[in-house]
Design a protein around this ligand. Structure first.
Ligand code: MRU
Length: 356
C-alpha cells in the first residue's frame, strides 16, 4: 500500500456532497485540493489536466454527469452533458466507458430518480477502480517475482500510471507498491515524459512519498539503459488498448517497447479491463490527441527563490507538433496485466469471455 494511504486522487464527501481533486498541474511543487462545483469545473479539470490518467478521467466524468443531473435530470440534459464531458479529451476510452455506465443505469428511470442513481454509479466506479488496481498489483507482482534477477529489480516506467492516474494504487505502479510491501528490492527508472513531464512531476513524486527508490532519466536515455542491461522489465499503463492488443499510451511508450524488444527486456502493460476497447479493431482506429504545441516549446519550473515561471525553450516563431499518445503494436507487448489476470496482447486472448 502506498505510504500515503490517506491520499487518493479524488475524494467524495457524502456529508457536503462535494467532489474534491488534487490539482495535478501544480505537482510536484504544490499539493492543492480543489472542489468541483459545476459542470464547467468538471470539464475544465479534465481538459486542463488537473485530473488526468485514463481511469481517473472516467471517474471524474461520472461524478460530473451525476452533478449535472442533480440540477436538471431530463433526458435532454443527460445527453447534452454526456456529450460535453465526452468532448473534453479524445484518447482515453475510460471517459466514454464511465459515461456510458452512468447513462445505462439512469436513462430508463423516472427523472426524479436519475441524480441519486447516477451518483451511486459514480461512487461504485470509484470503489471498483480501487479494487481493480489492487488486483492488477497482485497479478503484476507475480510477474515481477518471476523475473530472474540477483539483487534489486530495476523496472522502467513512463508517464504516470500510479494512484494519481486512478484513485489508489495505480495500474503500472500497483505491482511496484505491492512488491515494496512484499519486501522485494525494487528500483524504478522514471522517464521524464516530455512534454508535460508526468514521469518527473507525478511518478517520481508518488514513488518518493511512498519510499520506493527511483531515478528520473531523460526520455532519450531509456534505450541506452536497456542496452547496458540496467533494466529488468518495462511496466507502463494504457489509455486505450484495441481489440487486437495494440496499446495506446503516452507518447514515447512505443520507442521504449522497440528498445525493450531489441534488448530482450520484458515489456508489460497494466490496465483495467475498462481500458480495453473491443469496438476498436486496432491501434490505427484509436484517436490520438494533438495538444497545444506550446507544451513542447516551453516549460514550467521554480527559480532559486521558489517562484514559478513558464519559460520559452525555443526561438520565437519555432513550429512544433504535439501528439500526446502513441501506439505500441501488440507484437512488442509481453503481456497485459488486468484485474482479471494476465493476458497475451492478441485478439484471441482478449476475446475470452469477460469473466473468464
Ligand atoms: O495525458 P495523460 O497524463 O492523461 O496520460 C496518461 C497516460 O498516458 C498514462 O501513462 C497511463 O498509462 C494511462 S492512465 C493509467
Amino acid at each position: 500500500m502506498p505510504a500515503d494511504n490517506d491520499l487518493c486522487s479524488l475524494r467524495w464527501d457524502p456529508a457536503s456532497a462535494t467532489v474534491t481533486i488534487i490539482d495535478q498541474t501544480l505537482l510536484p511543487h504544490t499539493l492543492r485540493w480543489c472542489h468541483l462545483d459545476s459542470l464547467e469545473d468538471f470539464c475544465h479539470a479534465i481538459s486542463s489536466m488537473q485530473v488526468r490518467g485514463a481511469p481517473l478521467i472516467g471517474i471524474t466524468a461520472a461524478f460530473g454527469l451525476a452533478h449535472a443531473l442533480a440540477q436538471d435530470p431530463s433526458l435532454e440534459n443527460l445527453e447534452r452533458v454526456r456529450a460535453t464531458l465526452l468532448a473534453t479529451r479524445p484518447t482515453a476510452v475510460n471517459l466514454q466507458w464511465a459515461l456510458q455506465q452512468v447513462v445505462a443505469e439512469v436513462a430508463s428511470l423516472q427523472p426524479g430518480e436519475r441524480a441519486a442513481q447516477a451518483l451511486a454509479c459514480a461512487q461504485r466506479l470509484r470503489l471498483e477502480d480501487v479494487a481493480s488496481c489492487a488486483l492488477i498489483g497482485d497479478y503484476g507482482l507475480q510477474l515481477l517475482t518471476d523475473i530472474p534477477v540477483t539483487g534489486t529489480l530495476n523496472i522502467m516506467t513512463h508517464c504516470n500510471a500510479g494512484w494519481l492516474a486512478t484513485i489508489q494504487w495505480g495500474t503500472a505502479l500497483a505491482p511496484i507498491y505491492k512488491a515494496q510491501a512484499a519486501g522485494l528490492a525494487v528500483h524504478v527508472w522514471v522517464s521524464e515524459t516530455r512534454p508535460r513531464n508526468q514521469g518527473m512531476n507525478l511518478t517520481a513524486w508518488e514513488l518518493q512519498r511512498a519510499g520506493v527508490p527511483c531515478t528520473v532519466v531523460a526520455d532519450n536515455s531509456c534505450g541506452e539503459l536497456m542496452r547496458r542491461g540496467e533494466v529488468d522489465c518495462v511496466l507502463v499503463g494504457s489509455d486505450r488498448t484495441a481489440a487486437n492488443g495494440d496499446v495506446c499510451n503516452k507518447v514515447g511508450t512505443y520507442l521504449k517497447a522497440l528498445a525493450a524488444h531489441d534488448n530482450g527486456v520484458p515489456f508489460y502493460v497494466a490496465l483495467p479491463w475498462s481500458t480495453i476497447d473491443l469496438d476498436c479493431p486496432s491501434g490505427l482506429d484509436i484517436p490520438i490527441e494533438e495538444r497545444d504545441a506550446a507544451e513542447v516549446l516551453s516549460v514550467y519550473g521554480l527559480d532559486a527563490k521558489g517562484e514559478g515561471h513558464q519559460v520559452n525553450l525555443a526561438a520565437a516563431g519555432t513550429h512544433a507538433r504535439n501528439p500526446a499518445f502513441d501506439i505500441t503494436p501488440a507484437r512488442l507487448v509481453s503481456g497485459l496485466i488486468t484485474e482479471r489476470g494476465v493476458f497475451a496482447a492478441s485478439g484471441a486472448a482478449l476475446a475470452r469471455p469477460p469473466d473468464a
